[in-house]
Design a protein around this ligand. Structure first.
Ligand SMILES: [Zn+2]
Length: 518
């Protein structure tokens, strides 16, 4: 007879399901593959005593247990519980089909109590999701929150639960619909329609945002407003987030927490994306701690170049890859990255003759830092100014974060599980023309397409509210034009326009230069 259940382990910062399978035949041998040799013998002694103490019998059969992938010596004792369940199912003391959808871990003491503290417990909810298990059973002493799991005191209570006699209660408190705490509401902003729509599209479509503007023009406020529009993370992101918090020694955050991380420009590349720290092993960085929420990088230009370099790949893939001698560790980092920066060292580039005091060389240097590959990875660009924007006559879904967050939830439900259809030949042609005329890269082209889709879904959710007054005969093309409009900082025309607005001052300080413009 053959049957299977699941345990869990870590690979780097990733939760890994471990298959625990058992085959029985005539005879009296007991063999475990996938555990260190000494650990397998000790496990057999503990499990046998625990089974007898819990009113079960040790199978009178030859049993071969296989753990795949193999388990490290440090985590070996945590696999007592899944091995015991497999033994009971193989000897008709539990229905085999009942344990196939269970992911469990727990060290058994000789009297059948579940005990031990293992880091593998943190991986169990994530591994259960990966393996498609419907239940996660762990010792009641496991300190875990944010993901559903069933705490058990001893083997007896696990058996009663699996036989349907007395069910274990979920450890996570039921999610209560509390009013979301918003640091910044759309109602508090002074911003035009396009800026508000860009903030909404970033939250709804999971797009990274870059905001350039002078000091005091509300760049950070805009970023925090996006965070206020985000729904609570998915179960997958929440379990990953809680696991990373535990690995960094942080308190559990709870099921409705939307992560918001704001690292300082002095943060090291390892602090931002994660890395190996001596005896502590793999430590997830700020990007992973923001999983399911948002990472805000205020003053992006002040982050050292090696930190910006480290961001490039995770911004694109939503995952951090760290190379080490034993291979590559992959850490999830699915979050919206919002960055803000001054356009020049003084911050007032383009604000007119008396404000910007930077030399042409300083401006060129500052823009070079932000241009190219980094700007390319932020699909939505917003330019803020010191002058208040006219926000009269805007619809309520652009002036109330409560209404806007309902649209965000709708758009996510519509777009996330579904693969978008390919663009029509006309749309593809328009995209090619746009990228030629605006100098948008291949990567930028894909993001323009994504944002266009987000705009279209928001338009549908608001009954045609986005493209009101636009040509509605071909919405796909209209949406593409709007999406291309969201990328402004990688255009040379933007830099030239900002310089031109500064030009008057340079002419006044150098009277010998002939005036070219009146
Ligand atoms: Zn300046």
């Amino acid at each position: 007879m053959w049957t299977q259940t699941f345990g869990a382990s870590h690979r780097g910062a990733q939760a890994l399901p471990v298959s625990v399978e058992i085959r029985t035949e005539r005879g009296f041998r007991f063999h475990v593959a996938g555990l260190p040799p000494g650990a397998a013998r000790d496990a057999a002694l503990r499990i046998r005593a625990a089974l007898l103490a819990s009113g079960c019998r040790w199978p009178r059969l030859s049993c071969t247990v296989n753990l795949s992938p193999a388990v490290s010596p440090a985590e070996a004792t945590a696999f007592d519980l899944p091995i015991a369940l497999a033994l009971l199912a193989a000897s008709d003391q539990l229905p085999p089909e009942r344990i196939r959808s269970v992911c469990s871990l727990g060290e058994l003491s000789l009297n059948g109590a579940l005990c031990g503290h293992h880091t593998a417990y943190l991986a169990a909810p994530g591994a259960a999701l990966e393996a498609g298990c419907s239940e996660t059973i762990l010792p009641a002493t496991a300190e875990l929150s944010g993901a559903p799991w069933l705490p058990a005191r001893d083997l007896r209570s696990v058996l009663r639960h699996l036989r349907g006699e007395r069910l274990l209660c979920d450890a996570a408190p039921p999610a209560v619909e509390l009013p979301m705490r918003r640091d910044v509401d759309l109602a508090d902003l002074t911003a035009d329609r396009m800026t508000r729509l860009s903030l909404l599209a970033a939250a709804a479509g999971h797009h990274h945002v870059l905001i350039l503007g002078p000091p005091g023009s509300g760049k950070s406020t805009f970023l925090r407003c996006i965070h206020g529009l985000l729904p609570p993370p998915s179960t997958k992101d929440r379990t990953a987030h809680e696991r990373f918090r535990a690995m960094r020694g942080l308190e559990p955050a709870g099921p409705l927490h939307v992560p918001l991380r704001t690292p300082h420009p002095a943060t090291s590349p390892e602090g931002l994306v994660g890395g190996f720290h001596g005896g502590a092993g793999l430590v997830p960085g700020e990007l992973s701690l923001a999983c399911g929420g948002m990472l805000c990088l205020d003053e992006l230009a002040e982050f050292p170049r090696n930190v910006l370099e480290a961001l490039r790949s995770p911004l694109e893939t939503g995952e951090v890859h760290i190379s080490r001698a034993g291979g590559i560790a992959r850490i999830p980092a699915r979050c919206i990255v919002g960055a803000s920066s001054n356009p020049c060292p003084c911050g007032y580039l383009g604000e007119g003759p008396s404000r910007c005091r930077c030399s042409e060389a300083d401006i060129a240097k500052a823009l070079r830092r932000l241009s190219g590959p980094i700007v390319d990875r932020f699909p939505i660009h917003i330019e803020t100014g010191l002058h208040p924007q006219d926000d009269a006559g805007l619809p309520s879904w652009l002036t109330s974060s409560r209404e806007a967050s309902e649209i965000v939830a709708f758009v996510r439900k519509q777009t996330e599980p579904v693969e978008a259809p390919p663009p029509t030949p006309e749309a593809r042609e328009l995209l090619r023309n746009l990228s030629r005329s605006l100098g948008i890269s291949e990567r930028g082209r894909a993001s323009v397409l994504h944002i266009a889709r987000t705009f279209q879904t928001i338009d549908a959710a608001t009954g045609g509210g986005v493209f009101a007054g636009d040509d509605r005969r071909d919405l796909e093309q209209t949406a593409l034009l709007w999406a291309a409009h969201c990328r402004i900082f990688d255009r040379t025309s933007w830099i030239e326009a900002a310089r031109k607005r500064n030009a008057h001052r340079h002419e006044r300080t150098r009277p010998d230069v002939p005036r070219l413009h009146s």
